[in-house]
Ligand binder design. Structure first.
Ligand code: HEM
Length: 319
């Protein structure tokens, strides 16, 4: 992986991101508005056949889940339709480092390399004269990057969620899974909500209020736990494992990895000096990163955002 897309490049990208979302000191560069929940993950026997990782091959493990909106503004209304909603999960397998899955409602990503990502962000920086995004610039970007059309179309047409708990979330990147015999297979994660996916029209979402997703989460979890099924879609022989802009055919084998039970809102992290970071490159034995340049770059971009919001460089335990 090239160093060109290391820390310095991450500073440029996060600067550009801040220009889109304005500056919100103390908050994440994007996905600034989120709600943290407590959870427990119970793996299936099939999970252990695919990966020897401690949370897949062992007993149930504790987890945290942060649901979020994509914007950089922590006060952005929940009903905003043009958003990718996030589901970031941190597993705490005993006697192991923590490990994360950071997923989103988009079915594919906009770009396959960090340079194109910077171009994409810059195309959406509002014109200082009008305060509006220049759609001609966005159009020119999409013309030059047809790989971004699928994700852009999704964002433009998707309805807001009924609830964070009624959406499916995708890792988009492929990860390698190694079983006890050392066999390596690549696949992509997806979380599916127990009751199926449900969205609502934009006007109905607006009538529910600026914080309806956060309020809905608290209300539903006060009634009892909610569940997601975690699965891994395995790559076929010719499926690209380093390109998050390309969807794989639905017909590909899917391994059910386990159930994530969301037990309630959580207030035991991000208090005082605690810095909570979800980073998709934080994997443990039994899982490895693919050669996806976006995946590798995310670690640098997240570290830069964390440094700006908390003053801490690459926080370590307990993360
Ligand atoms: C070049 C590509 C990307 C860049 C530069 C980028 C950048 C960022 C940054 C700076 C943050 C805030 C990190 C923090 O302060 O903790 C963030 C959070 C997040 N990103 Fe990305 N991102 C990228 C791609 C993706 C992709 C592909 C996904 C989904 C698969 C994704 C999903 C998320 C989510 C869900 C969060 C919120 C995590 C949390 O709740 O703490 N991002 N991203």
């Amino acid at each position: 992986m090239t160093d060109v897309h290391g820390e310095e490049f991450a500073r440029e990208v996060v600067d550009a991101m801040r220009e889109i979302g304005a500056i919100h000191p103390g908050h994440r560069g994007v996905h600034a508005k989120g709600t943290l929940c407590g959870a427990e993950f119970t793996p299936t026997p099939d999970a252990a056949m695919l990966s020897g990782a401690a949370h897949f091959a062992g007993p149930p493990v504790r987890a945290h889940v942060r649901f979020s909106n994509g914007a950089g503004d922590p006060e952005a209304p929940d009903y905003e339709p043009r958003e990718g909603r996030g589901m970031a999960v941190k597993f705490y397998p005993p006697d192991n480092p923590t490990t994360d899955i950071v997923a989103i409602t988009l079915p594919v990503f906009f770009v396959r390399d960090p340079d194109a990502f910077l171009e994409f962000v810059r195309a959406r920086v509002p014109d200082p004269a009008t305060g509006e995004v220049d759609m001609a610039k966005v159009g020119a970007f999409l013309g030059a990057h047809p790989e971004a059309l699928a994700a852009a179309t999704h964002v433009m047409t998707a309805e807001p969620p009924e609830s964070y708990l009624t959406m499916a979330y995708n890792s988009l990147h492929a990860f390698g899974f190694t079983d006890g015999a050392g066999t390596l297979r690549f696949g992509r994660y997806r979380f599916d909500p127990e009751g199926g996916e449900r969205t609502i029209p934009a006007d109905e979402a607006a009538s529910r209020g600026a914080h309806y997703l956060r309020e809905d989460l608290a209300a539903r979890l006060a009634e009892g736990p909610a569940r997601f099924t975690l699965s891994v879609q395995l790559a076929g022989e010719d499926d690209p494992i380093d390109d998050p802009t390309v969807a794989w055919p639905d017909s590909r084998e899917r391994v059910e990895m386990g159930t994530l039970e969301i037990t309630g809102l959580a207030f035991d992290r991000e208090q005082g000096d605690d810095v909570l970071v979800f980073d998709p490159t934080r994997v443990i034995d039994g899982i490895e990163l693919s050669d996806d340049a976006i995946l590798h770059f995310r670690s640098h971009a997240y570290a830069e955002s964390v440094k700006r919001r908390s003053g801490v460089s690459r926080p370590t335990a307990p993360y």
